[in-house]
Write a protein that binds this ligand. Structure first.
Ligand code: 8YV
Length: 331
């Protein structure tokens, strides 16, 4: 292909140089080397003449943006979740959306388990105590937390990551696993995972540890709020590695302060990178900055898959992991 005929793409955030180099073999590439997220107006400006874009969860793709970018044909998200996309608006504009499933499943499940362990066993709280020079004698009940092995794990959302967490819990930690999901798993998968399907009410009431792994949508907004927290055991822990907005963070901070549940571990927040100020002042919460998929190997695999989606789409009209293929207007 003549160099001047190559499609132009925008990489909206800084990505690995090797991935940029690979994309330069196929496209005219504009990058964002400063890595500061573009405002919607800046994005529209940068997208002029661009047929493709690589995004992270920080870039919102909606009807207003699409109206200003008629040449855009594909947006490749470096994330499995794509609630930053208005998929209906993208389909109506004939723009393909892609995500990065599978490559992050096990890494994200590892982190979910790490956050569960850190939360139940009070690791962050006890480390702060030590660093603050407060440890002057040992005590039998010092930072006594909740048991992990053998206790009941509740999983809300049972997709690929939920199942990878269930496997760790059942096979590695001897935990009875209960789950709730929009659709029930087939009996063989349930048997393999040793996971039992329950109603959401049962899940809330029976879980010693509740792990959230469901996608964000209007339906899952504040799926865990004051009413749901009130149904949980006072000894329970809550882990959110899914998306901000699934938990009502203000209601959670109150429940933690009043010890209506024992502890929480949160990797995602409503309005992140902002964090509800009340969460910063309660001791019984472990807070991490949306890093569940953050190993170098996995983040590289995610960026590579997003790049492969762009390359495959422009080479043969089909992406590897499309979200809205078959729904595109004029397609
Ligand atoms: C991403 C995530 O790192 O894949 C997802 O849905 O939440 C994370 O793995 C983040 O969204 C950045 O794009």
């Amino acid at each position: 292909m003549n160099i001047s005929q190559r499609p132009a793409i925008l990489i909206a955030r800084a990505v690995f140089p090797e991935v940029v180099e690979r994309l330069r073999e196929h496209f005219e590439v504009e990058t964002n080397d400063l890595d500061a997220p573009f405002t919607p107006a800046e994005l529209v400006e940068r997208l002029q003449g661009k047929a493709g874009m690589m995004t992270t969860g920080s870039e919102r793709i909606d009807a207003a943006l699409l109206a200003g970018c008629p040449q855009l044909r594909i947006v490749a998200n470096i994330a499995v979740g794509y609630n930053n996309f208005d998929v209906a608006a993208m389909s109506a504009a004939g723009v393909l959306a892609t995500n990065t499933p599978d490559v992050l499943t096990e890494t994200t499940a590892d982190f979910g388990f790490a956050l569960l362990m850190a939360t139940a066993r009070r690791m962050a709280e006890s480390e702060r105590f030590l660093r603050d020079g407060l440890w002057n004698r040992w005590a039998l009940d010092m930072f006594a937390g909740a048991e992990v092995h053998g206790s009941t794990l509740g999983i809300l959302g049972m997709g690929r990551i939920g199942q990878a967490i269930a496997r760790r819990a059942a096979l590695g930690f001897g935990m009875p696993v209960i789950y709730h999901n929009r659709s029930r798993l087939d009996p063989q998968t349930e048997a393999d995972l040793r996971a039992r399907y329950v109603s959401k009410a049962e899940l809330l009431a029976q879980a010693d540890h509740l792990m959230l792994v469901l996608p964000y949508s209007a339906e899952s907004h504040h799926a865990i709020g004051a009413a749901e927290l009130a149904c949980m055991k006072p000894s329970a822990t809550l882990i959110n590695i899914a998306r901000g907005g699934i938990v009502d963070d203000g209601a959670l901070a109150s429940a933690l302060r009043e010890r209506r549940i024992a502890a929480a571990g949160l990797d995602v927040f409503e309005g992140e990178p902002g964090v509800h100020p009340d969460l910063l002042t309660v001791p019984n919460v472990v807070l991490t900055p949306h890093i569940a998929s953050a190993t170098l190997k996995t983040r590289r695999a995610m960026a590579d898959l997003a790049a492969d989606n762009l390359i495959a789409f422009f080479a043969r009209g089909e992406a590897l992991t499309p979200v809205n293929a078959g729904q595109l207007a004029g397609g």
